[in-house]
Design a protein around this ligand. Structure first.
Ligand SMILES: Nc1ncnc2c1ncn2[C@@H]1O[C@H](COP(=O)(O)OP(=O)(O)O)[C@@H](O)[C@H]1O
Ligand SMILES: [Mg+2]
Length: 358
């Protein structure tokens, strides 16, 4: 009895806390929080414990689960008192990008579709903004030379004047963006091909003062053409997100795009089905993902607010964050961020705990 009282006074040891936390598994990376070096600033004062969990993305979908698991594990530590858990994020960095283009982009996300009109730009815009809303540093590159409509969707139609001979990205809703549409006048359509297309894409990657970004989201032209090839040659892509509609014909187009990225050695983030609901149906996106054994990222409902928002430059994640479409967009962004963390960590040949990265 005496011994127990003494123990209570001495409080809990750091060792016991770490032992308990090393039974908590990060659900995406399938390793424990301690060996991943995700437990930071651990303080043990008497019986009270506080620490920070360092996530691999601020848009982590599993924050709540990890906190619950950590609390449950600590509840089993003898004499534990109050538990205070904070969250912070350090997004893993795909270091090939910096080596190849000299920019501090930690990850690049190509958004692609088999054909036009499926909502690729809408998804790009809302994905980028939702990631920024979660606290990430995000850029958006409109590389859709056939229909550069990101400026309209972001509500800004020109870029600021250049500084130090570099282009300066426009900024809206916490996202820096640049568009091939900024480079040409609307009444002077340019035929982009071959070397010119390649150099335009390179320029938008390297001659822009992007600053440090956790994610660069890239809206590609639809289909499988020169632009996809140029981009894959110009910059390492952390992954490609495939947008499709809920009909079988659309899924067949999406399949070709997906195969092309596999040929280019670009990992597939997954498939997102857009415009789901009564009108176009639902399910082809999920079936496509299953057939090709890639993750199904989610469905975005067909919703007039999405279209209106696109037309007037007020994206749905900003104007209607609590609507089903707004929530679906935010959930999509979390699923994308989680998958990109996994892909990027896996792509680093010297994969080891997070402290070494970034
Ligand atoms: N989930 C949705 N609900 C309603 N309208 C949508 C949805 N997604 C996209 N749209 C609308 O469909 C049209 C085509 O979308 P867009 O993003 O321009 O396609 P893409 O870039 O693939 O050509 C736009 O008018 C857009 O606002
Ligand atoms: Mg588009």
């Amino acid at each position: 009895m005496l011994g127990k009282n003494k123990g209570d006074k001495m409080g809990v040891s750091e060792e016991n806390v770490l032992a308990a936390l090393s039974t908590v598994i990060e659900p995406e990376l399938h390793r424990d929080l301690v060996s991943l070096n995700m437990v930071r600033d651990l303080k043990v004062e008497d019986s009270n414990v506080s620490f920070t969990i360092m996530l691999t993305t601020p848009a982590c979908p599993l924050r709540g689960k990890m906190e619950g698991d950590a609390r449950a594990a600590l509840a089993r530590v003898d004499g534990i008192g109050e538990i205070a858990i904070k969250f912070d994020a350090n997004v893993p960095s795909d270091r090939r990008i910096n080596t190849q283009v000299g920019q501090l982009f930690r990850n690049t996300i190509a958004v692609s579709s088999g054909k036009g009109g499926v909502g690729k730009s809408t998804i790009s815009v809302n994905l980028a903004i939702a990631l920024a809303q979660a606290g990430a540093r995000v850029g958006l590159l409109d590389a859709d030379i056939l229909g550069p409509n990101i400026p309209m969707m972001m509500g800004i139609d020109q870029m600021p004047p250049p500084r130090d001979r570099k282009m300066v990205p426009a900024e809206a809703f916490g996202v820096k963006f640049i568009s091939t549409g900024f480079l040409v006048k609307p009444d002077q359509p340019l035929v982009w091909r071959g070397p010119m297309l390649h150099s335009a894409i390179r320029q938008l990657l390297t001659d822009v003062a992007w600053g440090e970004l956790d994610y660069l989201v890239i809206d590609l032209p639809p289909g499988t053409g020169d632009a996809q090839l140029s981009l894959a040659q110009a910059i390492p892509l952390s992954g490609a997100l495939i947008v499709t509609q809920p009909m079988e014909v659309a899924a067949a187009d999406a399949m070709r795009g997906l195969k092309m990225f596999e040929k280019l050695d670009v990992p597939i983030i997954g498939v997102v089905e857009n415009m789901s609901g009564e009108f176009f149906g639902t399910g082809a996106g999920q079936r496509l993902a299953e057939t090709l054994r890639v993750p199904f990222i989610g469905s975005i409902p067909l919703d007039a607010n999405v279209r209106i928002g696109g037309d007037i430059g007020e994206p749905v994640v900003v104007t209607h964050p609590d609507s089903p479409a707004g929530q679906a967009m935010a959930a999509m962004a979390q699923a994308v961020a989680a998958r990109v963390s996994v892909l990027t960590l896996a792509s680093q040949t010297d994969f080891i705990p997070i402290q070494m990265i970034g």
